[in-house]
Design a protein around this ligand. Structure first.
Ligand SMILES: Cc1ncc(COP(=O)(O)O)c(C=O)c1O
Length: 398
């Protein structure tokens, strides 16, 4: 039954499939990171990445996974014992909160149900109570990868403003950047954390901090110890396209090509492609008769869908069967959702056939595992996608 033929379908919610031109750029010989060719590359990627965050301010690039950029956001802006307000959207919000504690901060965690996004009114109420402005930052995850819930960051910004509170706004966009509309400047984020391995279509290994002027000012006074993560060391080097230590040279070569691809497609088209894939997936899931982990339609994630299986059925067994049968990886349930949900990644480098292929693999697995469902979910997704083929294709057919 095990199938290792054909291409592996990597449909976890990141790391995502890396396009061949990006892989080819990464495979090029490593260049001198202090030489002139690198300076040009550095300037290009440091400028190009700003449009993805929708900012005109600097974006810092670390040779690290997303967890590093989480730490960088905290240690550059905060001091030991500072209070930070965080919201429990799921597994990743929880990990960030644990990190804040380990770093000597005092997080206040507003508890959530792992099925809905950040409650901006709860943030507003807590900040309004904090008359002495003891809370120094609000930290939220834009797209909670464990649940497939996307929070409204503009609403969080408005909540902070309505409370008249000076706290910084720190946002994790690791699984939304380059997949779901996110506007660092317009939404008034102070630090936006990103990673390379999801919407940017790169392997893991680069991560980002987009920084506001207010965050830069805060970093001058912040007292948490930092060295590797220090923005102050980075920024003067970055101005000339260089880095204070050895950067991830080959990943940056790949980043240049990935940025060119995203710019060529156009960010709005990238977001629409993700929206369509997500809607097709949800239609299939509903047809099968399963619940989507995200409860609110206006918080559905366009980069992944977490699917709840009925009680008594193992999501891990289903994923194992699909891997063996179809050579396809799906995301596992994390923390309390382990074995209860599986996650379908529809982000990064994909087209419609990959979405419907993924759904076919799921439907086949459901049948094989004897999990009761209504068959025909793939057909429903096909109909939706065919009807949303876009004006170019429709005109060509007419
Ligand atoms: C929303 C979110 N935040 C943080 C992380 C941690 O990033 P990394 O695993 O790259 O360190 C992830 C990883 O998937 C994530 O999805």
């Amino acid at each position: 039954m095990t199938s290792q033929t054909g291409r592996h379908f990597l449909q976890i919610p990141g790391p995502t499939n890396t396009p061949l031109p990006v892989l080819a750029a990464i495979a090029k010989p490593t260049i001198d990171h202090r030489g002139p060719e690198f300076g040009k590359l550095g300037r290009e990627v440091l400028a190009g990445i700003r449009t993805i965050f929708q900012t005109t301010n600097p974006v810092i690039i670390y040779p690290a996974s997303g967890t590093g950029a989480w730490e960088a956001a905290l240690v550059n802006t905060l001091s030991p014992g500072d209070r930070v307000l965080m919201f429990e959207t799921g597994w990743f919000a929880t990990l960030w909160e644990k990190m804040a504690t380990k770093l000597g901060l005092k997080p206040e965690f507003i508890h959530g149900d792992w099925r809905t996004g950040v409650d901006a009114s709860a943030i507003e109420a807590r900040l309004a109570e904090d008359k002495s402005h003891a809370i120094k930052a609000v930290c939220v995850v834009h797209n909670e990868t464990s649940t497939g819930v996307t929070s409204h960051i503009a609403a969080v910004r408005s909540a902070i403003d309505r409370a008249g509170h000076p706290a910084l706004l720190l946002v994790d966009t690791i699984s939304s950047l380059g997949s779901i509309d996110y506007r660092h400047d317009e939404w008034g984020a102070d630090v936006t954390v990103g990673g390379s391995q999801k919407g940017l279509m790169l392997p893991p290994g680069l991560s980002f901090n987009a920084v506001s002027d207010k965050a830069l000012a805060a970093s001058k006074k912040a007292k948490l110890p930092r060295s590797f993560w220090d923005w102050e060391d980075m920024l003067p080097h970055n101005e000339k396209g260089y880095f204070p230590y050895t950067p991830g040279t080959n990943l940056l070569q790949g980043l240049k090509v990935a940025l060119d691809m995203l710019h060529a497609e156009g960010l709005d088209n990238v977001f629409r492609r993700h929206d369509r894939a997500a809607e097709a997936t949800r239609r299939a899931v509903r047809h099968w008769g399963f619940e989507i982990q995200c409860r609110n339609e206006d918080e559905y994630s366009s980069s992944l869908t977490a699917v709840r299986l009925p009680d008594g059925h193992s999501a891990d067994q289903l994923r194992a069967d699909i891997l063996a049968r179809c050579n396809m990886s799906l995301g596992n349930g994390l923390g309390p959702l382990a074995d209860r949900v599986f996650r379908i990644g529809h982000l990064g480098d994909f087209h419609q056939l990959m979405v419907t292929g993924t759904l076919s693999g799921v439907e086949m697995g459901l049948r094989a595992c004897g999990i009761p469902h209504r068959s025909g979910g793939v057909e429903v997704a096909l109909s939706y996608l065919a009807g949303n083929a876009g004006p170019m294709q429709v005109a060509a057919v007419a």
